[in-house]
Design a binder for this molecule. Structure first.
Ligand SMILES: [Zn+2]
Length: 239
């Protein structure tokens, strides 16, 4: 009888312990505060793991609060999701490096395709149900710069920043160029957009991304952060 009592008690305690644990896990939204992205408890980046803050890519244009301009917003025209931030910088606003690093990509020779070709690429995306990486990189980003920040922003992930739709790239910004935080790298524009394909001056803005790499995946700033926390979580990254 005594043995049965202990077994019964153990089972009872075990049964109680499980729901308590899962209840704690389910009430995790507050846990995502101060996280720059959060995939699961092993793969995430918390404010406390930042080695430095970074500078806005154009000092006069703040992180927008409109969700459509932030990461995770739908981009139906290309059957994809936004992985960056759209800063409202008008045509030819000077754009600067958010942090020091080495230029990985710079394509001042980029020429926008005509509108029919542009739309054909979007049809390909629609057929596929996502934006293919080549169309994204070589067509939709337009004149763009990628900077490798190595492990200087966090020791946990290798970090890169992306600056897209530029009207021009600053002289001397080539693959391999070392840049410091605040260095002029280019000017905002509309290359890679449908306005760029139309050769007009409309729709200029800076599309900017920050990505974090580990051995298996690439993650983006704001990834999996609920919209209620998104703007505040992103803002902790900046000076
Ligand atoms: Zn964008």
């Amino acid at each position: 009888m005594k043995i049965n009592y202990y077994i019964g008690l153990t089972l009872l305690l075990g049964a109680c312990a499980a729901p308590t644990t899962s209840m704690n896990l389910e009430s995790t939204p507050p846990l995502k505060e101060k996280f720059l992205f959060y995939i699961d408890e092993n793969t995430n980046l918390h404010e406390s793991e930042l080695l430095t803050t970074i500078q806005l890519p154009s000092k006069d244009y703040l992180v927008p609060s409109v969700l459509n301009l932030l990461p995770n917003a739908k981009r139906e025209y290309r059957s994809g999701y936004h992985e960056g931030i759209d800063f409202s910088a008008p045509l030819n606003t000077p754009i600067t490096a958010v942090s020091g690093g080495i230029v990985v990509r710079s394509n001042p020779q980029h020429m926008d395709v005509d509108l029919d070709t542009y739309n054909a690429f979007l049809s390909t995306s629609a057929e596929l149900g996502k934006t293919p990486d080549d169309i994204y990189q070589y067509i939709l980003l337009g004149k763009s710069i990628v900077i490798d920040h190595g492990y200087t922003i966090t020791s946990k992930f290798r970090t890169i920043s992306v600056y897209a739709h530029l009207s021009n790239i600053a002289e001397g910004i080539l693959p391999g160029t070392l840049v410091e935080k605040g260095d002029l790298i280019g000017f905002s524009g509309n290359t890679g957009t449908s306005d760029g394909a139309l050769r007009n001056n409309k729709g200029a803005h800076l599309h900017w991304e920050l990505h974090f790499d580990d051995a298996t995946e690439r993650y983006f700033l704001g990834q999996n952060i609920p919209s209620d926390y998104l703007h505040d979580n992103i803002k902790i990254l900046f000076d």
